[in-house]
Design a protein around this ligand. Structure first.
Ligand code: KIV
Length: 285
């Protein structure tokens, strides 16, 4: 069994040029497979709103939902570094709420770190949570919780001006005390600049190869999520199609009385059926 990585291990991986690999997970069974596959980290993303609950975006996701799913993931992956994702309005209001809600992830779901979205405007919250002794990961670029302001789920930092804003955000997040940063849907050149500029690990989802590690959404990798597929996704399986095939075959077998077969049923104990029939006769059956 592999030993759970620590923040220092993850920093050493960056410093020695070793790429970290991580994936989202929202439940016990994918967490088990993620750990067995040797993931360095797991994110219990608020993308669970779309992938598990069928919401159009992440805004309706609550703290309680994130805690329940983080607990299930912790049970499935006891030896993996787990990051809990702070949902919309769990940290934006003020630093006190941010610290209290971050603390719930550690106390109730035994995560190793939390992640929150935003640049300079959430640095006071990052600082407060870090001063509370908790590991905080920043998240810039396409930040789904502010997709309304961004005009949709769109790539960010594609002009010199917006790229410079992202680089300033990244530096401020590091100075505020974040132990790592996630960059989403940003051109690879911009992510590389941020990675080279910062001493903390800088991870990519849709931001190219020049990062200290790569994150993907588990439902995308497995080919389960049907609503849309971002450009940066590579599907490694078609579990959606396989699930449909299996459920349709099951429905057909039941309707045509080909399931269950004898091998799917339990036998009565030898000699008990005649006794049962005899007993039933007494009741006139
Ligand atoms: O919620 C999530 O899974 C995320 C990723 C999209 C980065 O934050």
């Amino acid at each position: 069994m592999r030993k759970k990585l620590t923040r220092l291990d993850l920093q050493k991986m960056k410093d020695s040029g070793q790429t970290a690999v991580w994936v989202t997970s929202y439940d016990y069974w994918t967490a088990q497979f993620a750990e067995q596959a040797g993931m360095d980290m797991i994110l219990v993303g608020d993308s669970l709103g779309m992938c598990i609950y069928g919401y159009e975006g992440t805004l309706p996701v609550t703290m309680d939902q994130c805690i329940w799913h983080s607990e299930a993931v912790r049970r499935g992956a006891p030896n993996t570094f787990i990051i809990g994702d702070m949902p919309f309005l769990s940290y934006q209001v003020n630093c006190d709420e941010a610290v209290r809600n971050a603390g719930r992830f550690f106390k109730e779901a035994r995560v190793d770190a939390i992640k929150l979205e935003g640049g300079r405007r959430v640095c006071p919250q990052i600082k407060s949570i870090a001063e509370g002794g908790m590991l905080v990961m920043g998240h810039i670029g396409l930040t789904p919780q502010s997709s309304g302001q961004l005009g949709g789920f769109k790539a960010q930092g594609r002009t010199a001006e917006t790229a410079l804003e992202l680089i300033e955000d990244a530096k401020a997040i590091q100075s505020a005390g974040a132990y790592s940063l996630l960059v989403e849907a940003v051109p690879p050149e911009v992510c590389k600049i941020i990675r080279d500029e910062l001493t903390i690990p800088v991870y990519s989802i849709g931001a190219g190869i020049d990062a200290d590690g790569q994150l993907m959404i588990v439902s995308d990798i497995l080919g389960i999520f049907q609503a849309f597929t971002p450009k940066f996704v590579k599907k490694y399986a078609s579990l959606g199609e396989e699930t449909l095939r299996a459920l349709s075959a099951y429905a057909n077998d039941v309707r045509t009385r080909r399931f269950p077969e004898t091998q799917h049923t339990y036998n009565m104990v030898d000699g008990e059926l005649p006794k049962l029939k005899e007993a039933l006769k007494k009741f006139g059956r």
